[in-house]
Design a protein. Sequence first.
Length: 484
Amino acid sequence: MSEQPRRPRKTASTGRPGKPGRPGKPYRRPQKDPVRILAFEALRAVDERDAYANLVLPPLLRKARESGDFDARDAALATELVYGTLRRQGTYDAVIAACVDRPLREVDPPVLDVLALGAHQLLGTRIPSHAAVSATVELARVVLGDGRAKFVNAVLRKIARDDLDGWLEKVAPPYDEDPEDHLAVVHSHPRWVVSALWDSLGGGRAGIEELLAADNERPEVTLVARPGRAMAEELLAEPAAAPGRWSPYAVRLAEGGEPGAVQAVRENRAGVQDEGSQLVALALAAAPLDGPDRRWLDGCAGPGGKAALLGALAAERGAFLLASEKQPHRAGLVARALDGNPGPYQVIAADGTRPPWRPGSFDRVLVDVPCTGLGALRRRPEARWRRRPEDLDGFAPLQRELLRGALEAVRVGGVVGYATCSPHLAETRAVVADVLKRYPDTDLIDARPLLPGVPDLGDGPDIQLWPHLHGTDAMYLTLIRRTA
Ligand SMILES: C[S@@+](CC[C@H](N)C(=O)[O-])C[C@H]1O[C@@H](n2cnc3c(N)ncnc32)[C@H](O)[C@@H]1O
């Protein structure tokens, strides 16, 4: 076995017609369950229109709440059903494949979505089995029709005969025979992603298992108190807020915490930002520098999270920040993130590979390049199924060009930070090694001492953060100084 069974993407035809009901059995209207109908609609949008769950779900939830038949608990359940089903899709597809008598690609996508939703309730939640089956069959009656609801019923009853561990024993190949396939099925990641994460993480089974498990957890919401504009103490006064683990500016909100309800966030003095991203900005700002420290550049700034923190840190030092972003609409987001920054800054829409600025005109430069995002799988439940290994080839030339552009932008003695939210070695060390072949007049700065108190940053001089070790996205950073 090499890969989990894949779903076909877009099919409009219906499944098998159902047998006519037994004569004499009275017809009962299906019961409409708004939570499961909404979850199904969201899954269809993700599957059929390549939508992002985190963009599709909020408007659906808002509409449902406005219509009055949805409360906060319904919204939480719908969110859990959508995110859990998408994250665990690889595992559930393997279980479903063992319970149907044909390849999954021959099962209609809407039917598969209902089955996966049912499998998640049965294997991934505390919903009692009978309730999970009956609620999902009722959903199938509403959205698929009575005929296909019988098929759904039969499959879910088979799934309900065992729990998750029992199923994994049956459908995952033994670890000793094929470790990567085993982990792919057990932890619901594509096999190539398991390989890539393991290559970068190194070590034995325990570490990679912890990492893959962490990818399946919902990340906490973390706020950043932008220095000079808000204090972490102010954010800590929020209900159920806790200090960040590593960044002095970070505050974690307990589950259900609403960033939009925090006054400092509404006033742009604070923002939502993963602690890994905060650490990248902090390490770049702390890197030792010879000579002046007056002009900073963020060369890939959209949507502006790191730029806003860098802008605030630059302001404390009296430095100017130029935040540059190729996409004009994303440059607009950067402008919004920096609005009210206490120090001098400018936001421009510019291509970092053909920049409008003079070479050597900055003291500190960040390039947080476009990448596969394999370090942020916790946030985008569907992303792991969308990404393909070929995507790496698409990003590779741009990542190299943007790093070259950054090295040209910095003056001799200045520092460049190359960052990705992917730990894939092809996007991290391979890019840096390739580009630096043409820049012998550079030194790598050991970034680890710049983040005192943060353990397990790797063997240096670059740093790699991990969800299971740091509770952050798997951000990567290397710091490069131009020496001549
Ligand atoms: C990983 S994101 C940066 C995230 C950002 N640093 C933050 O913390 O919010 C990469 C950004 O680079 C931008 N980008 C892509 N190609 C670019 C180019 N040639 N020049 C400048 N920016 C580019 C993308 O539009 C995207 O907004």
